[in-house]
Structure formats: C-alpha cells, structure tokens
Design a protein around this ligand. Structure first.
Ligand code: GLN
Length: 466
C-alpha cells in the first residue's frame, strides 16, 4: 500500500472508531444493511452478497464502496444498466477498483444507473429506478442515481463511486442532498469503464459530506498507463485540503446560469451560499459565459456521436446476451440489439449515426466540436479573473416519477443545462447542498480550473460550515 493511502485509511478508521462504528466482522453486516436499503429504495442492480473480493480476508474489509454498474468488477456482474449485458461478469477489475481494494476497500454492490449513462433521472434503466430517500415519489437524478441514493440513505459509512459524462454526478448529488465530485478529465483512470462518450467520461465520487467525497477521490485518482488520457499528476490527499484557507478566493457568478429558466428558490439558495462565503474572506463578481446557450445542442451531438460508435461493440458474439445464430450477421445484430437495447439507447444510436453521416457531419458533429472549443475558451477567459465559478447544480428540484414520464426527450435533455458546459470542457466540479426548496434539497455547483480539485474541496468544506 502506498504511504499516502496507508495514512488516509488510518485516518478513516480513526474517524469510524470515534463515531463508535463497530468494525468487527464489518463487511457482512454492511451487506445486510445494503439489502434492507434495497427493499426501501432499490439503489442496487447487484448486491455483492458473496463478497467477491480477491484474496481479501474479511477482517481487513473496513471501507465499503458502492460502485456504479458501468465500472467493471471482477466476479461481480456489471450490466451498465442494460439488458444486453445482463449475464456479463467481468474477468477483471477496473483500475479504480484495484485502487479501492489496495486501500482495504470492498464493493458492497453495483448501483442503479440509466442504461449506459443515457439519462438525467435514473429512470432509463432495465432493472428499475432508485427512489429518492427524502421523498420516494421523486427520482434520485441520474445517471448515477443509485450511487447518490446509497450515499444519502446508507446507515453505514460508505463512498459511492459514480461517473459523469454530462452531469451524472452533480445531478443526483443535488437531488439527494449529497456531495458529488467530478474530477478533471483524466484524473481518474477510465480503464475498465464501459464508455458512454470517451472524450467526456469521468469517474468520481459521491458521499454524505465533502470529506467522504474527497476521500473517495484521493483513493481512486492517479496516473494509469492503461489509460492513454490519464493525467500524469502526483496522487493527492484531498481530505487534507478541507479547512484550508480560501481567504483570497474570487468566485465568478455567471449570469447565464441565473436566468428565468432556473427555479427562484434554487437561485436564491445558491446566491445566499455565495454571500455566506464572504465570512471566509471570499469575494465574488459576475462573469459571462455567452456560449452557454449552445452547450446542450453541442453536448448531445458529441455525446450521441461517440455513444453510437461505442455501442457497436455489443454484437452478441463476445460477451453479454446472445441469440440464435440464424440469418446473416446483419440480421443477427439487428435482431439482438433490437431486443436488448432500451428505447433511449436506440434513439441515441440513430441520432448519433445521423450526425456523423457524410453530408451531415460538417453541419452537426464538426460544428458541435467548434462550439465545444468556444465554450472551453470562455471558461479559460473567466479563470483569468476568478478562482472558481459558482452555479446552481440543477435548474429544478428532484421531480416526481410521474413528472419525468411526461417530459419529451428535448425537455429532458434541457435539464442538463447547468452541467454539460463543464463536462464538455473536462473541468472539475463539486456539487454541495445549498439548502432546501419545498422540502427537497438544492445544490450549488462549483466549477474549478483544470486540476484545481483541491480548491473545490476547500470551498465546498466552507459551504458545509455556512
Ligand atoms: N443527462 C446526460 C445524458 O443523458 C448526462 C448523463 C451522464 O453524465 N452520463 O447524456
């Protein structure tokens, strides 16, 4: 175990002991609690009942992690929320799972998610939908909905490993009153992640508090030669940055994120939180990110284009579901995918393929890439003036299941307008609770410059105190 992880784990165990958590035969007890949680809110697709954890004696398993079901876990079924992967049990661990196990962590279960990450509410899953622990008639948010659900409701200390392409950590964290950290693109290895859109996919962590999310990130981050986009940066203990000085921090408040299309009380909570930070010596100013309005269109074109090529690997020959081998290859693939992909996956394959077709490529895909470059440029300019940018995490509170059903796909996609710009840019973000509205939690999102996760942890820690 590397010394940094050793000291982190030691600190964590001391914290548990101080909270009087009984660590004797801890793992099986946690599994029992996870089962009870499943009965109430259904956050899991698979619970790791056998505690499949390579060569690990039970007495060392003291750090429970839930893992989003698109991250490969050796010996534990990994479906990415899709029927097409229903029988798939990976023969290997993703890099972040290796890191968890190296730190004495164990996997409690694989959490519910929108199929391949295609959704904002965790309602597009082949295995059910997690219920919001604060009001079970409402959704948890997606696509890492199960992760946030466990983080919010678990009565055992735990870190939820989640993943975002366009906001899948911030959205569920905001809807469930938890803390979600989405690191700089490349900070956490994507090796072993079932990809949605490779140029944006990021693995991160959700916890009950900033400390838990920061601990999760400290454990899973680090350079990995198996991922060619991995950041070659030293491993950091982000928990040590909690409570660090933010006296000279300047917060940028982008006018485009505080428009009429965001719930009044959510904007008020965010602004009150920013004002509350003044007592830490923080100052703020308005900034402008004018291309924000094009982010949804650019994001969905790029995300769907990448997703439609990624999904081509599910051919029913190598892993996952199989079918009767009649007809030619084309007929076989069409029949198998028609049967096992969900409606949203099919929609994205069709739209993504269209956007990349010759004749349309310039008008859609390439134009979206230009918008992406413009959005990145505007963020860079803003970070010339301010240290972090603060926005509401989501424009609405967690909707009820019946409200989500009524949304058209375009209305649904528009819900991501607070989260997709930073995901297009690969910038780190943290979502932290900012208050409540109609009894439901609201979130404030801080966007940091590249590799500035430490500042995000420090400012989010200050928010907890406010
Ligand atoms: N809601 C967005 C989408 O459906 C983002 C989801 C994600 O980050 N996986 O693409």
């Amino acid at each position: 175990m590397v010394p940094l992880i050793q000291s982190l784990v030691k600190k964590h165990l001391e914290r548990l002991a101080a909270e009087d958590v009984n660590l004797d035969d801890f793992a099986p007890k946690v599994i029992e609690k996870a089962k009870a949680l499943q009965e109430r809110f259904s956050p899991f697709i698979t619970i790791n009942e056998k505690l499949a954890s390579e060569n690990m004696p039970r007495h060392v398993m003291k750090l429970p992690f839930s893992v989003k079901d698109n991250i490969c876990t050796r010996g534990i079924r990994t479906t990415a929320g899709s029927k097409i992967l229903e029988p798939y049990v990976p023969p290997f661990d993703a890099t972040c799972i290796h890191q968890i196990k190296n730190a004495g962590g164990f996997v409690v279960g694989k959490t519910m998610m929108d199929e391949f990450g295609f959704g904002t509410f965790a309602t597009n899953c082949a295995y059910g939908a997690p219920k919001n622990p604060i009001d079970p008639t409402r959704v948890c948010g997606g696509s890492s909905g199960g992760a946030a659900c466990v983080a919010a409701a678990a009565e055992f200390p735990h870190i939820a490993i989640a993943q975002s392409t366009g906001g899948s950590i911030t959205a569920p964290a905001a809807f469930t009153g938890t803390v979600g950290i989405t690191p700089t693109y490349g900070r956490v290895s994507r090796w072993g992640l079932i990809d949605y859109a490779n140029s944006m996919d990021r693995i991160g962590a959700i916890g009950k508090c900033v400390y838990d999310a920061a601990l999760g990130l400290s454990i899973i981050s680090g350079y990995d030669p198996m991922d060619s986009t991995s950041l070659n940066a030293p491993k950091t203990d982000y928990t040590a940055l909690l409570g660090s000085e933010i006296k000279h921090l300047r917060v940028g408040v982008p006018v485009e994120y505080f428009g009429a299309d965001v719930d009044e009380s959510i904007k008020r909570n965010a602004l009150d939180m920013i004002k509350g930070l003044e007592s830490f010596g923080v100052t703020w100013e308005e900034v402008s990110l004018p291309s924000t309005k094009y982010a949804i269109s650019a994001y969905y074109l790029i995300a769907m284009s990448e997703a439609s090529t990624n999904l081509a690997k599910f051919c029913g020959l190598r892993y996952g579901m199989e079918g009767p081998l009649d007809g030619n290859y084309e007929q076989y693939f069409a029949q198998l995918r028609g049967k096992y992909f969900g409606e949203e996956a099919k929609r994205r394959i069709i739209l993504g393929t269209y956007a990349r077709m010759s004749g349309y490529r310039d008008a859609y895909y390439l134009k979206a890439l230009k918008v992406r470059a413009k959005i990145i440029g505007e963020f860079r300019k803003a970070f010339g003036r301010v240290g972090v940018i603060a926005t509401p995490s989501m424009p609405i509170i967690a909707p009820r299941f019946d409200e989500v059903k009524k949304l058209t796909p375009v209305e649904n996609y528009a819900m991501d307008r607070m989260t997709v710009p930073s995901n297009l840019a690969g910038l780190p973000t943290i979502s932290v609770p900012s208050g409540t509205s109609s009894g439901m939690p609201t979130g404030i999102q801080f966007i940091g410059n590249y590799e500035q996760e430490g500042t995000l942890v420090a400012v989010a820690g200050a928010c907890e105190q406010v």
